[in-house]
Design a protein around this ligand. Structure first.
Ligand code: SF4
Ligand code: SF4
Length: 330
């Protein structure tokens, strides 16, 4: 199977200081310039030929990338599904130029308590996000809320879900994964989150929950398909492999992406995806979610079921109410 997703890092700059994120803390990232827009356009054309279907334009804070509307517009014209996750701070001024260009627009919100959210995010984002959701909805966008769960805020799942249900938004539950100085979530917290997985307006990938509860990726029998499913491009126009978080290879895109994907050194790395020492117990969801689509097993089924629930909750449920005789069309 060919890769279907590209995680395209347009900038490493960010106005956030989230406690679970390394990007704003490392000099390496601060020194990297933003993506050259002409190179991005060129890469998009090639990614289309390769068969990529989804592009997650990420960072850093992607809304800090000046050419984001032009890049999204090109991506949409080429037929990609696009996603952007933002801390929301700059959305109000970009809402009009971004209108209709983002298929999956995610606002990060980690608590319905302003102080807790802003402490976790290291910046006063709470009120902006609440305001931005209203702006996005007024423009007929369909934003989601991305809830990064830590051991400090996991009980916020209920108030966040209530907010989402009242506003017909999906709450994407994103349990934090162990990386650098950040510890993974304890099993008891994962179990607590499981209680909410069937509730309306919640997206909690069952495959991912099961995978984490069973210890994550095992290097003897790897389930990770990071390189088979996903291409990662950095702002300085390199392909990162096997994944962003453990990029042991940073390959400059000099001739073409296809040439890199066919190179012996790349194929050798690909044959070891999920088998490196750092892959043991890995639960990095950015790669596991697409990995589940790249092999038929129980994780494929659980993941597909979870995605079907997301589609139902987002696009069908808002047109129904639960009346006395069951569902009624609004
Ligand atoms: S907003 Fe995103 S990129 Fe910025 S510090 Fe927070 S998690 Fe990291
Ligand atoms: S198992 Fe984790 S660390 Fe290893 S390649 Fe996959 S995503 Fe990267």
């Amino acid at each position: 199977m060919k890769p279907i997703l590209c995680n395209y890092y347009l900038t490493y700059r960010c106005n956030g200081k989230c406690v679970f994120c390394e990007i704003w803390q490392h000099a390496k990232y601060q020194k990297t310039k933003d993506a050259n827009v002409e190179q991005v356009f060129q890469n998009l054309v090639e990614l289309k030929k390769i068969g990529i279907r989804f592009i997650d334009f990420t960072g850093g804070e992607p809304l800090l990338y000046q050419e984001l509307p032009a890049v999204l517009s090109t991506a949409r014209r080429l037929g990609f599904f696009t996603s952007v996750t933002t801390n929301g701070y700059f959305y109000a001024s970009l809402a009009e130029p971004l209108k209709g260009l983002v298929d999956f627009l995610h606002f990060s919100l980690d608590s319905m308590e302003k102080t807790q959210n802003d402490t976790l995010r290291g910046q006063p984002f709470f009120e902006r996000v609440i305001e931005n959701v209203k702006i996005a909805r007024a423009l007929n966008e369909k934003p989601d809320i991305l809830f990064t769960v830590t051991e400090n805020n996991y009980q916020q799942i209920e108030p966040l879900r209530n907010y989402c249900a009242a506003n017909q938004l999906i709450l994407i539950v994103n349990p934090v994964f162990g990386y650098g100085n950040v510890a993974s979530l304890k099993p008891a917290i994962l179990k607590y989150l499981d209680n909410f997985r069937n509730k309306p307006f919640i997206y909690l990938n069952r495959a991912f929950q099961r995978f984490r509860q069973q210890g994550g990726n095992q290097i003897q029998q790897p389930r990770c398909r990071a390189m088979s499913s996903t291409i990662v491009i950095s702002p300085d126009n390199k392909i990162l492999a096997p994944c962003f978080h453990h990029a042991i290879a940073e390959i400059p895109i000099e001739t073409s992406i296809q040439a890199i994907l066919k190179a012996k050194s790349y194929l050798e790395l690909k044959s070891r995806q999920g088998q490196f020492p750092f892959c043991q117990d890995c639960v990095i969801n950015c790669y596991l979610d697409p990995s589940f689509t790249h092999h038929f097993d129980r994780y494929w089924w659980l993941s597909t079921f979870s995605k079907a629930k997301y589609v139902f909750d987002k696009y069908i449920r808002p047109y129904f109410i639960l009346g006395e005789r069951g569902f009624e069309i609004l």
